[in-house]
Design a protein around this ligand. Structure first.
Ligand code: FAD
Length: 477
């Protein structure tokens, strides 16, 4: 394990840190570094929050403790993979990096890995939820109406409702709910078809029922990013936007500077928080960063009086719905299409149609906004939060997959603690980069190394949603 400095006496006020990537992970990292007195610069290729972090569904969901890779995941994914337009699609192409990722994903679909990963995810999710609650000053009685931080990010504790169209899928979720309750005390309430309509009047009648997680929360991701940006600037942090980092200069066992589209930058410490694109810098950092982009879509519709008020996932269609102030956001799909962010209009229509089939309220014909973004997916469904083994002043904070908003606070705080020589508040061993070297020795698959960043792009041929896919289904968007 490479985390942290042993010397806790570092004078943070003189410490310059560059965070590469202005997504939610980079911004929370900057937040916790500033809290410790560091001087922080965020370098972002685009504008802050234009990656996955601004376009997601905004769930802060401790209910998502179970990893994607689980026993039976592959068997249950096949119907979706084989259905043209399934919510999960992996277009066939020559991509050794992806094949190797899939090979490792398959090896992790075991009870052993699930039993290792679930408590680790649970710990990070719970801690991150608490950090959000502290940040917005939420007490056990909730939020008072004058709470400016909560209001500025639209923080709400309305829970998360998993809606099941089919009785068989509602029943099947019982085992997952029991598991979450008994192992992690994550409570879910089972509701029948009429009770879900009482809870959420915008739902059509005739659905089988649902599972309600009362302790989940949601926020407006765009507003979170704006709020963090303002707060970072106010405390002296610096943003260098529309600037791409091209190269890390390595000298004497450390990063000695960055070459960017706007010239060179130097600092004492560097944090790689480039989400799905983190593997690009694996080679200079001397590590494996097995992240592939999991493309998802989101759309925002103007909302009205009868729009949804509860965050929901339509389990049998893999569609998520979030009520935001004045908007309804809808998100869906997981396409392993490579680094392709094109927006497929047909796919958007199918997601909209699928969502509409659950809702009494008619969505407007056209969304106000629509976008595609890359979830940073690691094959073991645990993030990478660690120091580079070879460049001692560089840290990696990436790979938060489908729970990057939910785990952003915890991830940022861990990295800040490591840089500032504090004892990390959670055990970081499960997030270490060295776990991938161990995996390589144990399995030695035949293809290229994970530190060879894949180039080239491929376009998905996938289409609509399909029923019952375990791997990308239980309460996941
Ligand atoms: C449709 C959808 C719905 C989702 N819903 C949820 C949800 O409800 N709850 C939840 O917890 N998570 C959700 N997620 C996942 C979540 O959005 C991600 O896990 C999270 O945003 C990842 O944050 P990040 O900062 O690591 O990456 P990003 O937000 O992608 O940020 C990385 C940044 O790095 C920049 N960058 C990359 N390379 C360079 C470079 N060379 N130089 C400079 N800058 C660079 C990029 O431009 C980008 O802005 C969802 C994702 C999707 C796609």
């Amino acid at each position: 394990m490479n985390h942290g400095q042993s010397n806790g006496s570092m004078r943070n006020g003189n410490t310059d840190v560059i965070v590469i990537g202005g997504g939610v992970i980079g911004c929370w990292t900057a937040h916790y570094l500033l809290q410790r007195g560091c001087r922080v610069t965020i370098i972002e290729r685009d504008l802050v929050g234009r990656g996955a972090s601004g376009v997601n569904c905004g769930y802060v969901c401790p209910s998502h403790a179970l990893p994607l890779c689980a026993p039976g995941a592959i068997r249950h994914s096949l119907p979706s993979l084989l259905t043209p337009g399934g919510a999960l699609s992996i277009p066939m192409r020559f991509d050794p990096f992806l094949w190797k990722w899939l090979f490792h994903f398959a090896t992790k679909c075991s009870a052993r890995h699930r039993d290792h990963a679930a408590p680790v995810r649970h710990g990070l999710l719970q801690a991150s939820m608490q950090l959000y609650r502290d940040y917005v000053n939420e007490s056990d009685d909730g939020i008072d109406s004058g709470n400016t931080v909560a209001n500025s990010i639209d923080w709400e504790r309305r829970g998360l409702l998993l809606v099941h169209r089919y009785q068989s899928s509602l029943d099947r979720y019982q085992a997952t709910a029991d598991d979450l309750q008994s192992r992690f005390a994550v409570h879910a309430e089972r509701l029948d078809g009429s009770s879900i309509c009482d809870l959420e009047p915008s739902l059509v009648h005739g659905l089988a029922g649902g599972w309600f997680f009362p302790n989940d929360a949601h926020l407006n991701p765009d507003r979170l990013i704006c709020h963090l940006k303002e707060s970072i600037l106010r405390r002296g942090g610096r943003f260098v936007e529309q600037t791409e980092v091209h190269e890390m200069v390595i000298a004497g066992g450390k990063v000695d500077g960055l070459k960017t589209s706007s010239g060179s930058f130097r600092a004492d410490y560097y944090v790689l928080a480039t989400g799905a694109e983190a593997p690009r810098f694996a080679k200079p950092l001397g590590c494996q960063i097995p992240i592939v982009p999991g493309k998802g879509y989101s759309m925002s519709f103007a909302s009205g009086a009868s729009s949804p008020v509860t965050p929901m996932i339509f389990e049998d269609s893999h569609v998520a719905v979030t009520p935001l102030a004045g908007h309804t956001r809808i998100g869906s799909t997981m396409q392993l299409t490579g680094y392709d962010r094109s927006v497929d209009a047909k796919r958007l229509k199918m997601i909209q149609k699928s969502a509409q089939s659950y809702l009494r309220h008619r969505l407007p014909q056209q969304p106000e906004t629509s976008s595609a973004a890359w979830r940073p997916m690691v094959y073991d469904d645990l993030p990478c939060i660690d120091r580079s083994a070879t460049a001692h002043n560089a840290f990696v904070a990436a790979g938060n997959g489908m729970i990057g908003i939910s785990t952003g606070t915890g991830t940022g705080r861990l990295i800040a603690e490591m840089i500032c020589g504090e004892e990390p508040f959670l055990d970081v061993e499960p997030f270490s980069l060295s776990r991938f070297n161990r995996a390589r020795k144990a399995t030695s698959p035949p293809t290229s190394s994970f530190n060879e960043f894949p180039s080239g792009e491929s376009i998905s041929s996938g289409q609509p949603a399909s029923p019952i896919v375990n791997v990308f289904s239980p309460s996941r968007i």
